[in-house]
Design a protein around this ligand. Structure first.
Ligand code: COA
Length: 389
């Protein structure tokens, strides 16, 4: 049977992802307005009791206390509000705190907002933000970027398990194909394996099409206590598992370059006592910041044996229509990766999928899903499990 649900998503909103003209305040406002409008039985903003804002840099001009700005834009100045920062996993951790807020009984209804505005931040500052989200002493100051770290992981993976280029390319081809079906995606353009493999080099063996882009965007979730969820909607999406993990910040301290142990720990915790096991999961939203990351995720989360994720991917199992669709919204690769918005956006996709509202990218009659959100090169990770109402 497993434990009862810990929380329920009753509304969700999402802006487009991409190089957008809107400023960060506007992106927050649009995502929250959509989330409020999506609550089918209606919600009074006055009943929102707390706000969790996930952002790395809030556009670079408001590094401190940005949560209060999000409360203003949500139409609730004065709301208890906190900014959550765990690099690219900020959204997953903000959701985890929201789950705890309602599961503990402290609140009935809370708001999670994920935001990043990256494209108009000057390059050196953006590089600095991303750089200080990895290890500063041994990596950033030596010139290693995130693409560089994941390039090392891909090279090591190939050394341990054999050629991986085709599988990496297939991850990009699949996620771009899914992105074509998502009107909010940064890239809505299909690519071929040949184009991906011949893409301009970024950090060997990774090229342009192995990388997520730099994106702007926001997403928002209304998270309720399960026993009050039906006040807001007949079809809540329940959160039935929440797990988190961390690891050494510097990759040189980790036990392996071909595993992200924080992901493994987060999945173990999420599945402990959950009402279903891995075999019953209908779709995954995993953190594919670089194509190699999707292969590692399938293995770290326990959906593939070690070294087997390439074969699984090349079999077509992870495509829409396959046995286990992965990243039906296009993933970070094609949907885009506005850092603080990503973990919230993954839950938004699951909210649509488990209510049968994902349109052209709907995964059949999906009932159970998993989201996986990684901080930087794997120093932090959060995993959530969801089931439809
Ligand atoms: N995938 C596919 N195409 C991409 C792309 C990507 N990731 N990034 C940019 N492009 C395309 C652009 O659309 C543009 O196409 P166009 O000429 O047809 O308009 C072209 O490539 C050049 O875009 P530009 O923005 O000048 O690219 P860039 O060289 O400045 O940046 C990367 C490319 C890969 C370096 C950049 O996207 C990047 O740094 N990504 C990783 C971000 C990151 O590390 N996030 C944290 C993860 S842990």
């Amino acid at each position: 049977m497993g434990r009862p649900p810990r929380a329920a998503i009753v509304g969700a909103g999402h802006t487009r992802f991409g190089a957008l003209p809107e400023g960060p305040r506007r992106l927050v406002r649009d995502a929250v307005d959509q989330a409020v409008a999506s609550v089918d039985r209606g919600v009074d903003r006055e009943s929102i009791q707390e706000l969790f804002l996930s952002t790395l840099g809030f556009s670079g001009w408001q590094l401190g206390n940005a949560a209060s700005i999000a409360a203003e834009e949500a139409g609730r100045p004065g709301l208890p509000a906190v900014r959550v920062e765990n690099a690219c996993a900020s959204g997953g951790f903000a959701l985890r705190l929201a789950v705890d807020a309602v599961a503990s009984g402290r609140q009935d209804l809370v708001l999670v907002v994920g935001l990043e505005k990256m494209t108009d931040v000057p390059h050196p500052r953006r590089r600095y933000w991303l750089g200080v989200s990895g290890d500063t002493e041994w990596e950033r100051l030596a010139g290693l970027t995130f693409a560089g770290v994941y390039g090392l992981m891909a090279a090591r993976y190939a050394a341990e398990y054999g050629p991986v280029r085709e599988a990496l390319s297939e991850v990009a081809v699949k996620n771009h194909a899914h992105g074509v079906l998502n009107p909010n995606a940064h890239f809505q353009k299909a690519v071929t394996r040949e184009q991906v493999s011949a893409g301009p080099p970024v950090a060997a063996p990774l090229g342009l099409y192995d990388c997520c882009p730099v994106s702007d965007g926001a997403a928002a979730l209304l998270v309720a206590r399960p026993d009050v969820a039906r006040r807001f909607t007949d079809s809540p999406v329940y959160i039935v598992g929440s797990g988190a993990g961390s690891d050494h910040l510097a990759v040189q301290e980790r036990s392996s370059l071909t595993r992200i142990d924080a992901s493994r720990a987060a999945a173990e915790e999420a599945f402990r006592g959950a009402p279903f096991d891995r075999k019953r999961v209908d779709l995954l939203e995993v953190h594919d910041c670089f194509t190699i990351a999707e292969l590692l995720a399938l293995e770290d989360l326990g959906f593939s044996p070690r070294g087997g994720a390439g074969k699984l991917t090349l079999s077509g199992a992870t495509r829409l229509g396959g046995r286990l669709p992965v990243n039906p919204d296009g993933g970070l690769k094609a949907k885009g990766h506005p850092i603080g918005a990503t973990g919230v956006s993954q839950a938004y996709e699951v909210f649509l999928q488990l209510r049968g509202q994902a349109g052209a990218r709907q995964v059949g009659d999906a009932q159970r899903a998993l989201t996986h959100n990684v901080g930087g090169s794997g120093a932090t990770a959060a995993v959530h499990l969801f089931s439809g109402g």
